[in-house]
Design a protein around this ligand. Structure first.
Ligand SMILES: [Zn+2]
Length: 374
């Protein structure tokens, strides 16, 4: 009996290391090529605001099934009021805790009913049934789970969103950005058409995460029929090493080295930033100043980038949940950063805002050979 149990357990561990569903035979997600890039025709820069709308949990703590408090959702109106003034419709990428508890989904329902936002899905595997995996840092990245488990978890999350929020989500962002090639099949089968998980230039393999070094920072098509749109997160490398005279791969390689956990304990990231050698700035009001947001946007714009994604976590709007907003004063500063960025983007840059679904609808007619969802 004991021997049978052990071998069954061993088989399960092997399965966890090797996703069962094969990568799509179409355009890859993690290593796109020029043919996949989807350029919007608008000369105006486009802004998408994406909110990871999720339970409050300790980002440094262990992954527990019980971390499902969603009190932060009642605070979303503070940022939504700013978006409303600028005509920005954010996408709230909702996790299972938010989609299944009234305290989570009711505040969003009001915003949906007045058509002031779009709803997407955000999968945190450790709080999303079925609960079949052993909890660990590794299994908190859903691409490390068997594809059948990834699919079942996303299916349960989708059902909860449809039944409690009354909308079919089309955009997806993996929790902790944990995506692999098999996500194309899964998204197609559950009627999603957009992924927003890719973090260009980042290699997260040292912590069991995905390797995004080959991903590009522009939207691109992927998947079997090439009908899925990737809208990668926006981030930019700035500094001497990121000078246009050098290949971008140099920034990625150097950043990978200086961001290694051991080296970074010696503050290599801070040192490279202070010396103006290299700094990676993600487009977020979390831990990034207004002037940095402007600087990275202007730099990317001058390099021809047209689509920008401003991201943050819903839990940052309730002081004390994230390291970025620990007090009421920091929350005011956080909201002021959002407002000043929108003023800059819509005013100074003459930009406009779209939801992910609107961007995809804009891009589709221009692309030949893209079937689009049936
Ligand atoms: Zn998340």
């Amino acid at each position: 009996m004991g021997g049978v149990k052990r071998s069954a357990f061993a088989a399960k561990q092997v399965q966890l290391r090797r996703p069962t569903m094969q990568a799509s035979d179409g355009m890859p997600l993690l290593a796109p090529n020029a043919r996949q890039i989807a350029e919007p025709s608008s000369a105006r820069p486009l802004l998408i605001v994406a909110v990871d709308t999720e339970a409050e949990f300790d980002w440094d703590g262990p992954f527990l099934r019980t971390l499902t408090n969603v009190r932060n959702l009642r605070h979303q109106a503070k940022a939504q009021e700013i978006f409303d003034r600028f005509g920005v419709r954010p996408v709230y990428l909702v996790d299972y805790a938010v989609a299944t508890q009234a305290e989570g989904y009711l505040p969003l329902k009001e915003i949906i009913q007045s058509q002031r936002c779009e709803i997407g899905a955000h999968l945190h595997p450790w709080i999303t049934p079925p609960f079949v995996e052993q909890l660990s840092d590794r299994t908190s990245f859903s691409q490390n789970l068997p594809a059948s488990v990834q699919k079942e978890k996303l299916s349960r999350l989708t059902e909860a969103i449809v039944s409690n929020l009354g909308v079919q989500p089309v955009s997806y962002r993996a929790g902790r950005y944990g995506v692999g090639e098999e996500i194309a099949e899964i998204l197609n089968s559950l009627d999603y058409s957009i992924d927003m998980s890719v973090q260009p230039g980042i290699d997260m393999r040292y912590r069991n995460g995905p390797d995004f070094r080959k991903a590009v920072d522009k939207p691109y098509w992927f998947g079997g029929r090439g009908a899925l749109l990737e809208i990668p997160a926006t981030c930019g490398f700035v500094g001497l090493i990121a000078h246009p005279a050098f290949p971008k791969s140099l920034s990625v390689q150097v950043y990978k080295q200086i961001a290694r956990p051991r080296l970074n304990q010696m503050r290599s990231l801070g040192m490279f930033a202070r010396l103006c050698l290299l700094e990676r700035i993600p487009l977020t009001p979390e831990g990034v100043t207004s002037s940095e947001l402007r600087r990275v946007t202007s730099m990317l714009l001058s390099h021809g980038q047209r689509v920008f994604v401003l991201s943050y976590h819903s839990s940052s709007l309730q002081p004390g949940n994230t390291e970025y907003v620990k007090s009421a004063a920091e929350l005011s500063q956080f909201l002021a950063r959002i407002e000043s960025y929108l003023e800059f983007f819509m005013g100074e840059l003459g930009g406009m805002s779209m939801t992910p679904a609107e961007l995809r609808a804009t891009l589709l007619p221009r692309e030949s050979g893209v079937a689009g969802p049936s």
